[in-house]
Design a protein around this ligand. Structure first.
Ligand code: PMT
Length: 218
């Protein structure tokens, strides 16, 4: 049996992509499947935590004994994240949140027009930076950074700029890991520490990540 190192702790995790509407039938999104975030939720539960899983549109079954909150857009994810973060000991942002959304969502289906069409996008709120900046009831805040190049440098930049306690640098430069794969390549960074993990399944990595967090908050 797995040692219950997260007994009595509440963990909130975001997972999957967000979906930003353009009109009633179209949207902008990305290739996140939710597998990494759902694996983290399962691992946290196995270690004894009470788990809230805020999920963008994914086609995965809810792990047993977990509270799942379904959302679509980044703004909806932000609202749910803040509501649950303040009740949590640990917040993990594993979702691939769209950085931009359409400036206006057309009420009717956009009709085919000339040879070019211009889409104006505006910035979405940074969910995890908002959680990390909480003045009261701030959870231990863990981000992910999906990078195709300069993985260590970009991930450490996000750790500092977003005010996080820890970041999981995710090398997504090839198909052996990252978006939609069952496996992954992660290196964990703290301000003064790092832990390179062997390439392995998202399920195994999730357990290692949750155990590393439990060790840090002890
Ligand atoms: O879902 P899978 O198919 O299993 O794939 C897993 C994954 C590759 C999506 C996951 O492991 C991962 O790396 N997630 C982060 C994806 C990402 O692109 O992050 P980012 O570098 O854009 O953002 C950095 C951090 O800020 C993340 O914790 C993200 O959740 C958060 N963020 C980003 C933008 C935004 N507006 N709000 C946020 O909170």
């Amino acid at each position: 049996p797995t040692e219950q190192v997260l007994a009595g702790k509440t963990v909130t995790i975001t997972a999957g992509p967000t979906r930003e509407a353009l009109d009633p039938v179209r949207f902008i999104t990305n290739h996140s499947s939710g597998k990494m975030g759902f694996s983290l939720a399962e691992a946290a539960k196995a270690l004894g935590a009470s788990v809230n899983l805020i999920a963008g549109p994914v086609s995965l079954n809810t792990p047993t004994g977990i509270t799942r909150i379904d959302v679509e857009s980044a703004e909806q994810m932000q609202q749910a994240a803040l509501e649950y973060a303040v009740q949590s000991d640990i917040f993990i942002g594993c979702a691939a949140v769209a950085d931009y959304r359409a400036a206006t969502v057309a009420e009717q289906k956009i009709k085919k027009q000339g040879d070019e069409i211009t889409l104006t996008l505006v910035k979405n709120p940074d969910i995890i930076a908002t959680v990390a900046a909480l003045k009261q009831s701030r959870p231990y805040t863990v981000g992910f950074a999906a990078e195709t190049q300069n993985v260590a440098e970009y991930a450490q930049g996000k750790l500092v700029n977003k005010g996080l306690d820890m970041i999981c640098a995710n090398d997504v430069s090839d198909s052996t890991g990252g978006f939609n794969s069952d496996n992954n390549t992660l290196t964990l960074y703290w301000k003064k520490d790092r832990l390179e993990l062997p390439h392995s399944s998202k399920k195994e990595l999730a357990l290692t990540v949750m155990q590393a967090i439990a060790e840090k908050i002890k």
